[in-house]
Ligand binder design. Structure first.
Ligand code: SAM
Ligand code: DTB
Ligand code: SF4
Length: 317
């Protein structure tokens, strides 16, 4: 097992980004092998339990009320529907069920409903994850008592670039919620999005924030922006495949024991690119035909990909 370091300097991280690609990948893959079975990928499934009409202005998001992405808003889902979706995900082989809500923060009343949903997921023998926006300390404690396994709260980009992407909250708000989740003893899932017009320095800074937390997030989703028509970032330039793979490799080196998830954006990635991401240290994906509001790689294509690469889906994470 690699030793964990929490005092990464930007200079050290920039040096990793500057390495020749083969040197970077060799280093990342060696660390990956020391800490994980390189032929195993953890799979989680997503369900959007509350769609659209979000008061936040995240420039990439289909669910913000500030932009017209053509998405129909929907109220908080009925428990029965959640149960059916979780059962389906379990039958497909997914081990974690992650429920997302387009909220700035949950009200205490809606949190109670989500808690009932978490209990249904737990009753199926699956790990539970939710992403509901900002949480107060008591709300995080309540979720822990309900048996929640993971809370997803992405920092999305660097602190320097944050206000170019979102103006309705501050970077520190994200860190505060992550702190409440960590203090409550819930596993943290936190990562970001590449393709938000950030520089390589911003990527280094984002990864530095994640890696220098008191505890590394247990799970680090690395999303490639899914460009959504109607949002301000609809025509944002896409990072090169090589630059994306480099960021996965650096995340693996900085956080050797965290599960790095190759998250949104896989529909626009070739199989070769995904294979390179797995080599660089990614060891988790979202599995199932849909992300939150956009399509994911179909389950049958993923099955074929994993078979071709000799990758097994984790049965026990
Ligand atoms: N509203 C909550 C929040 O923002 O924390 C939870 C749901 S929000 C949709 C969860 C995460 O999805 C965001 O933090 C962002 O990282 C990711 N996301 C949203 N839209 C995306 C897009 N178009 N492409 C890639 N990732 C996206
Ligand atoms: C994460 O990092 N990515 C997921 C999950 N956590 C909640 C969401 C991806 C959303 C992609 C765009 C959409 O489907 O709306
Ligand atoms: Fe709302 Fe979350 Fe979308 Fe931002 S990312 S607009 S907070 S649903």
């Amino acid at each position: 097992m690699s030793e964990l370091k929490h005092d990464w300097t930007l200079a050290e991280i920039n040096q990793l980004f500057d390495l020749p690609f083969n040197d970077l990948l060799f280093k990342a893959h060696s660390i990956h092998r020391e800490n994980f079975d390189p032929n195993k990928v953890q799979v989680s499934s997503l369900l959007n339990i509350k769609t659209g009409a979000c008061p936040e202005d995240c420039s990439y998001c289909s669910q913000s009320s500030k932009y017209d992405s053509g998405l129909e808003r929907e109220k908080l889902m009925q428990i029965q529907q959640v149960k059916e979706a979780a059962k389906k995900a379990k039958d497909l082989g997914s081990e974690r069920f992650c429920m997302g809500a387009a909220w700035r923060n949950p009200t205490d009343k809606s949190l109670d409903v989500v808690i009932d949903m978490i209990k249904e997921v737990k009753d199926l023998g699956m790990e539970s994850c939710v992403t509901l926006g900002m949480l107060s300390e008591p709300q995080a404690k309540k979720l822990k008592e309900a048996g929640l396994d993971y809370y997803n709260h992405n920092i999305d980009t660097s602190k320097e670039h944050y206000s170019n992407v979102i103006t309705t909250r501050e970077f520190q708000d994200r860190l505060d919620t992550i702190d409440h989740v960590q203090q409550a003893g819930i596993n943290v899932c936190s990562g970001g999005i590449l393709g938000l017009g950030e520089t390589v320095e911003d990527r280094a800074s984002m990864l530095q924030t994640l890696a220098n937390m008191d505890q590394h997030p247990n799970s680090v989703p690395m999303n490639l922006l899914v460009p959504v028509p109607g949002t301000p970032f609809e025509t944002m330039e896409r990072p090169s495949d090589i630059d994306f793979i480099r960021s996965i490799a650096v995340a693996r080196i900085l956080m050797p024991q965290s599960v790095v998830r190759l998250s949104a954006g896989r529909t626009d990635m070739s199989e070769t690119m995904q294979a390179s991401c797995f080599f660089a240290g990614a060891n988790s994906v979202f599995y199932g035909d849909e992300l939150l509001t956009t399509p994911n790689v179909t389950q049958s294509r993923d099955e074929a990909l994993f078979k071709g690469l000799g990758i097994n889906m984790h049965q026990h994470a």
